[in-house]
Design a protein around this ligand. Structure first.
Ligand code: DON
Length: 568
C-alpha cells in the first residue's frame, strides 16, 4: 500500500474504527439505525428485542408476528417491565385501514374484594397493593399474544417464541441501565423471595455481564409448545397457584383458566383533520388523549411554539380538567358504565375549558369532575411496529411498578405484576402514581383495574401517519399528547418529538412536573407569577414511535432508556 493511499484513507479508517468502538461500547448491537425505511420498522425498549422483531419482519412475518416475538423477547431482555406475568393493550390498524384493539389487561382474582387493602380502621395498608402476593392481578400477556396471533398472525407461533427462548437460554450482555435496575431491585428480591436466585448474583451487576435465565427458558418452551395452555394450565399454572398459596396470594388455578383477553372497538377522534385511533376503557388513556386534543384544538399552538408559556399554560389547564374526569368516570366498562360519549362530546369539553383564565392558574380545588345532563350513572413498556404491507401495531404492556411485585413465581423464572395498585383502594386515596379514583375503579372480583396506557395510531388523509405510545404511569397520557403535538404543531421529526423535554399535570396533586430544563427561565417565571407550582422531576416515559413520511418510516426511540429503532 503506498503512502498516499494510506493518507487518503486515514479519515475513512478512523470513522470506521470510531463506528466499531461505538458499537462495542454499547454492549450488544448498534442501538439505533436511522432510516428512513420502506419495508418495516420496530421501535422498542431494548436493542436485542428490536433485532428479534426486525428479523421476524424480514422473514416475511407481519406486524403482529413481530409483536409476539418482541413481547417475549422483552420478557427476557427487559425484566423491569417486559413480561409474561403482566398485561397490556394493543391497537392495530391494517394496511386497508381497518382497526381493532386487544385488551389483555390483568383482572382482579375471584377472591378479591373492595376493601381488601384496608385495615380494621378503614385505612389503606401501605405497600399491600404493591409488594405482596396480593398485589398481583391475573396475568393477561400470554393470552393476549395467543389471541393476537390467532387472529392476525402469519408465521408459526413456535417460530415467534423461539428467539426469546434462545435469549433466555444463551443469555445476553446487560446494559448499564439494566445492571443499575437489577442492583436497585436486589434487596427487595432477596427479602420477598427467600432462597430463590432468579435475577440475583453474589456480586453487583455490571454493564456487559451475561444474564442467563434458564428457568424462564423452560417456561417459554412450554408456552412455545402449548400456546396459552403452557401458561394458564399445567406446570406453570401449578407453580403460580403454589406461589400464591405460600404467600397468601389470591390467584387460583380457576382464575388462570378463566382469564381471556377481549377484542374491543377502538375509540376514534379527530384533531385538525388527523384521525386518532386509540384504546378504549379499561384504559383511560384513549379517552383522556381525545379530550386533551380537543381541549387545545382551537388555539394557535403552532404560532406560540414548543414549551412557550402560553402553550404550557393551556396544556396544563386542559390536563387538570381531564384528569379530574378520569378520577370519577373511568373504569372497567364490563363493570361500570363509562360515559364515553358524554366525555367526548365537543360541547362538553369546550365547556370545561370555559373556566380557564389566562391571568392565573385555576386551583385544582376549584375543579371537580364534570357533570352531564342525562349521565348514565353509574415499569411498563411500549413498542411500535410497522410491516412491509403497512400493517401497524401500537402496544403497551406492563408489570406496573419496576419488576412488578418483585415476587418470583416458584422456579418458573418470571415476575408477577403489582397491577392491583391501579384500582382505587379507597375513594380519594392516591395510588403509587398519585392518581385518585372512586366507585368506577373500585375493586371487584374479575374486574380490570383502570389504566393510563395510551397505545395510539394516527391517520392523515386516510393513510397511516404515526404509531405512538409510552410507559410512565399517570404521565403516559400527557407524554403521548405532547409527542403528537410536537409533530403536528411544532414541526419536529419523530426522533426530536420523542427526545423533547416533557411536562405533566394530573389535577391532583396541584403541581406541574417538568423534566430538567424543560422550560427556559422566562417561561418559568411567567408561569410561576400566575400561580403555577413547578416541580422538576416526576416526568419521564420512554416514548417509542414511528412516523410515516414521504421518504419512508422514521423512528423515534426514547433516549431516556435503552430504547432502540431498527428498520429495513
Ligand atoms: O396501567 C397503568 O396505567 C400503569 N400500570 C402503568 C405503569 C407504568 O407505566 C409504569 N412505568 N413506568
Amino acid at each position: 500500500m503506498n503512502r498516499q493511499y494510506i493518507l487518503i484513507q486515514t479519515p475513512t479508517l478512523l470513522l470506521v474504527l470510531a463506528f466499531f468502538q461505538i458499537s462495542f461500547a454499547q454492549g450488544q448491537t448498534v442501538k439505533n439505525i436511522d432510516g428512513p425505511y420502506h419495508n418495516g420498522m420496530v421501535v422498542c425498549a431494548t436493542p436485542s428485542a428490536s433485532k428479534v422483531g426486525l428479523e421476524i419482519l424480514k422473514k416475511g412475518g407481519n406486524a403482529v408476528d413481530a409483536v409476539v416475538a418482541v413481547q417475549f423477547a422483552l420478557a427476557v431482555t427487559y425484566p423491569e417491565a417486559g413480561n409474561i406475568g403482566g398485561g397490556g393493550f394493543m391497537v392495530y390498524r391494517n394496511a386497508r385501514g381497518e382497526s381493532n384493539t386487544l385488551d389483555f389487561r390483568e383482572k382482579a382474582p375471584a377472591a378479591a374484594s373492595a376493601n381488601m387493602y384496608l385495615d380494621s380502621a378503614g385505612n389503606v395498608i401501605p405497600d399491600m397493593s404493591l409488594a405482596t402476593h396480593q398485589a398481583s392481578g391475573v396475568p393477561g400477556s400470554v393470552d393476549g399474544m395467543a389471541e393476537a396471533h390467532h387472529k392476525y398472525g402469519k408465521l408459526k407461533w413456535a417460530e415467534l417464541v423461539q428467539p426469546a427462548i434462545d435469549l433466555a437460554h444463551n443469555g445476553f450482555a446487560i446494559s448499564k441501565k439494566l445492571a443499575g435496575s437489577l442492583n436497585w431491585g436486589s434487596t427487595q428480591f432477596k427479602k420477598l423471595n427467600p432462597g430463590k436466585t432468579y435475577l440475583l448474583k453474589d456480586t453487583v451487576w455490571k454493564e456487559g455481564d451475561l444474564l442467563v435465565q434458564e428457568d424462564l427458558a423452560k417456561t417459554l418452551t412450554l408456552i412455545r409448545d402449548k400456546g396459552r395452555d403452557g401458561f394458564y394450565a399445567g406446570k406453570v399454572a401449578d407453580e403460580i397457584a403454589d406461589e400464591m398459596k405460600n404467600g397468601k396470594g389470591l390467584i387460583s388455578k380457576t382464575d388462570l383458566l378463566n382469564y381471556h383477553s377481549i377484542w374491543r372497538k377502538a375509540i376514534t377522534g379527530n384533531y385538525k383533520g388527523f384521525k386518532i385511533i386509540t384504546m378504549p376503557p379499561p384504559s383511560s388513556g384513549g379517552i383522556a388523549l381525545l379530550q386533551l386534543l380537543h381541549s387545545v384544538e382551537s388555539y394557535p399552538l403552532h404560532r406560540w411554539g414548543y414549551n412557550r408559556d402560553s402553550t404550557v399554560q393551556l396544556i396544563v389547564e386542559a390536563e387538570r380538567r381531564v384528569y379530574a374526569d378520569r378520577s370519577k368516570y373511568l373504569g372497567d366498562p364490563d363493570f361500570y358504565k363509562v360515559p364515553v360519549d358524554s366525555l367526548l362530546k365537543p360541547a362538553y369539553i369546550e365547556g370545561r375549558m370555559k373556566s380557564f383564565n389566562w391571568n392565573a392558574a385555576t386551583p385544582s380545588s376549584s375543579i371537580q369532575p364534570g357533570s352531564f345532563v342525562g349521565y348514565e350513572s353509574d415499569q411498563t413498556t411500549h413498542y411500535s411496529i410497522i410491516d412491509s404491507e403497512g400493517n401497524a401495531v401500537s402496544i403497551t404492556t406492563t408489570l406496573n411498578g419496576s419488576f412488578g411485585s418483585k415476587i418470583f413465581v416458584g422456579g418458573a423464572g418470571f415476575l408477577l405484576n403489582n397491577e392491583m395498585d391501579d384500582f382505587s383502594a379507597k375513594p380519594g386515596v392516591p395510588n403509587m402514581f398519585g392518581l385518585v379514583g372512586g366507585k368506577a375503579n373500585s375493586i371487584q372480583p374479575g374486574k380490570r383495574m383502570l389504566s393510563s396506557m395510551t397505545p395510539t395510531i394516527i391517520e392523515k388523509n386516510g393513510k397511516l401517519f404515526m404509531v405512538v405510545g409510552t410507559p410512565g404511569g399517570s404521565t403516559i397520557i400527557t407524554s403521548v399528547f405532547q409527542t403528537i403535538l410536537n409533530v403536528i404543531e411544532f414541526d419536529q421529526d419523530m426522533q426530536q418529538a420523542v427526545t423533547s423535554k416533557r411536562f405533566h399535570h394530573q389535577w391532583l396533586p396541584d403541581q406541574v412536573n417538568i423534566e430538567k430544563d424543560a422550560f427556559d427561565s422566562a417561561t418559568m417565571e411567567k408561569l410561576q407569577q400566575k400561580g403555577y407550582k413547578i416541580i422538576t422531576g416526576g416526568v419521564g416515559g420512554r416514548v417509542d414511535a414511528i412516523l410515516i413520511t414521504k421518504d419512508g418510516y422514521q423512528g423515534g426511540a426514547d433516549p431516556r432508556g435503552d430504547d432502540s429503532k431498527m428498520g429495513y
